[in-house]
Design a protein around this ligand. Structure first.
Ligand code: ACM
Ligand code: ZN
Length: 551
């Protein structure tokens, strides 16, 4: 009896000891954007160099997702994971593309034996891999050596709230290299964004090679000098350019984005913001010039002449090459900030107004947009444009990008147009992110901190039916005052993390304090990736950050 009792006590102690050693405590699962459903399960999976990526049921474009995962852990584990196909097995990341699921939906199940990913498409599998990535230690991002990577057992069911989750980069005011643009795309991919909006033409520079018009990138991509600060009247005296992307470079970037399941929407600005094109071909402006590639910032009255057939011939030739180059079904045609002064004084423009029975110059702008839209339709493309395209009437197949607040987007959704919400007061990342502007790099103005971004409700003020017209959200990075990519990163991060959650997570699952805790952890990954991120959310207690929403 006595011995039995001792044995029993020993057994209990032994079990406790072994159990304590074998079982690590469960880890919280911290993912941005917050998945729709996360259930933490006891135990963990050990990913090692012996783990294989096993395609159980594939799809044509699945290879990129598998390669991404394989390479993600390559440095840390001392070898890329093998990619195989076969039945579901142990010590594998088993992947199934299940076409009966919603296209962007995925399930990620981690058990002691395996990681199982099911997605409605290869893109959805890629999203699952991004979630898995955020469950691994940040050290994988810079190749910290690890024998095994422990991944918490979990069941995640997830899908995005909106299909369009975008980031715009202006490469015209300041130019960024192919490598930097790829870095930007990497940042979008980490945050599960789906669209890269590439702003390629402006007053201050034309940045895309057009084979039919080589002068565009000889003349239009070079400005004599750049104004210092905010149009101070003082100039740096340093030629800027010629800087542009060749069509081969663009094809390379499109492939890079496609490998990350990101669609690129190119923007060719018309009829305003056209000075770089006019400097090259002055006959396309109302006065015939001369014009210069612009050396300062703002909105300028020199725009494409809407009365001149040559303008349309030029735009159609440019857009033909753009449509052939980019596989996206939408092309951004700008449409914003087009002063009408030149058109009012131009004989050709006034003749067009009469001939086409237009009421005024606003309707002339609408004529231009409609004509370009009809042309792009012959190339199998739809248009997307800034909310000014609503003025003078817009066709039902145009997508409206609401930037002057949410107003334009609300009006467009009420009319039945598709809308991308990109209101300047929430998602203009060229705005200040702190009130302490003395300690910030020069910004265009405004105030958009992380809390403000997070508070955006893209369907506010709309009925459920109208809300369906909101296809998504986008952050915009205009670069008048951003001349290096490191500075661009500072403006993007971590505000892009907040934007990603606005675009992905159901509104009833959003929680700002919880987001902040996850965002702070995500900065460890930013550190490992070498990103230059803004540290404001690290400095203030959570409660205080939330109050900044009401400032
Ligand atoms: C814009 O910010 N002008 C679209
Ligand atoms: Zn004109």
């Amino acid at each position: 009896m006595y011995m039995n009792r001792v044995n029993l006590v020993l057994l209990v102690v032994l079990c406790f000891f072994l159990g304590g050693c074998a079982k690590e405590p469960n880890q919280a699962v911290n993912i941005i954007p917050q998945p729709q459903q996360v259930e933490i399960v006891d135990g963990s999976f050990s990913l090692s160099s012996k783990t294989v990526i096993n395609i159980v049921k594939g799809a044509n474009d699945l290879q990129s997702a598998c390669t991404f995962l394989s390479k993600l852990v390559e440095k840390s584990l001392g070898g890329a994971l093998a990619i195989e196909s076969g039945e579901v097995k142990k010590n594998a990341v088993n992947i199934i593309v299940d076409l009966s699921m919603k296209e962007d939906a995925y399930e990620l199940t981690v058990t002691d034996n395996s990681v199982d990913i099911k997605g409605g498409s290869s893109r959805a599998v890629f999203y699952a891999i991004q979630s898995l990535r955020q469950m691994m230690p940040a050290g994988i991002e810079n190749g910290e050596q690890m024998n095994k990577i422990r991944i918490q057992n979990v069941k995640i069911q997830d899908e995005p709230r909106f299909s369009y989750r975008g980031g715009m980069l202006d490469v015209c005011r300041h130019f960024f290299t192919v490598e930097e643009v790829k870095n930007y795309i990497d940042i979008l991919a980490l945050h599960k964004l789906s669209v890269f909006h590439w702003h390629l033409t402006e007053d201050q520079g034309w940045r895309i090679e057009i084979k039919k018009y080589p002068e565009l990138t000889q003349i239009g991509s070079l400005r004599k000098q750049t104004v210092i600060g905010k149009n101070t009247g003082k100039y740096d005296g340093i030629p800027y350019g010629p800087y542009f992307f060749t069509q081969n470079q663009i094809k390379d970037v499109i492939r890079y984005a496609a490998d990350r399941y990101i669609t690129i929407i190119p923007e060719i600005e018309l009829p305003g913001h056209a000075l770089a094109a006019l400097a090259t071909y002055p006959e396309l402006g109302c006065t015939g010039g001369p014009y210069e590639v612009c050396q300062m910032w703002g909105v300028f009255p020199q725009v494409f002449c809407a009365g001149n057939e040559k303008t349309f011939e030029f735009l159609e030739n440019v857009l033909t090459e753009v449509a052939e180059l980019f596989p996206s079904d939408m092309i951004h045609i700008g449409g914003d900030e087009c002063p009408k002064d030149a058109w009012k004084k131009c004989k050709k423009c006034q003749k067009r107004i009469k001939k086409e029975n237009l009421k005024n110059e606003e309707e002339l702008q609408s004529y231009v947009i409609h004509r370009v839209e009809a042309f792009l339709k012959t190339k199998g493309k739809k248009i997307i444009g800034w909310d000014e395209i609503l003025e003078g009437g817009v066709s039902p197949t145009a997508t409206v990008m609401s930037w002057r607040g949410k107003k334009g987007g609300i009006m467009a959704a009420q009319k039945g147009n598709h809308v991308v919400m990109t209101p300047n007061d929430y998602v203009y990342f060229d705005y200040y992110q702190s009130k302490d502007i003395k300690n910030e790099p020069l910004c265009i103005g405004g105030f958009v901190d992380v809390a403000k971004v997070y508070s955006l409700d893209p369907t506010e003020g709309l009925t459920p039916e109208q809300g369906e017209k909101i296809i998504g959200v986008q952050a915009n990075l205009w670069t008048e005052y951003i001349s290096t990519f490191s500075h661009a990163e500072y403006m993007l991060l971590p505000r892009l993390a907040a934007l990603s959650e606005v675009g992905w997570t159901a509104s009833d699952k959003k929680n700002y304090n919880d987001f902040l805790n996850r965002a702070r952890l995500l900065t460890q990954r930013y550190e490992a990736l070498g990103y230059n991120y803004a540290k404001h959310i690290m400095q203030k207690p959570v409660g205080e950050m939330q109050n900044s929403e009401n400032q």
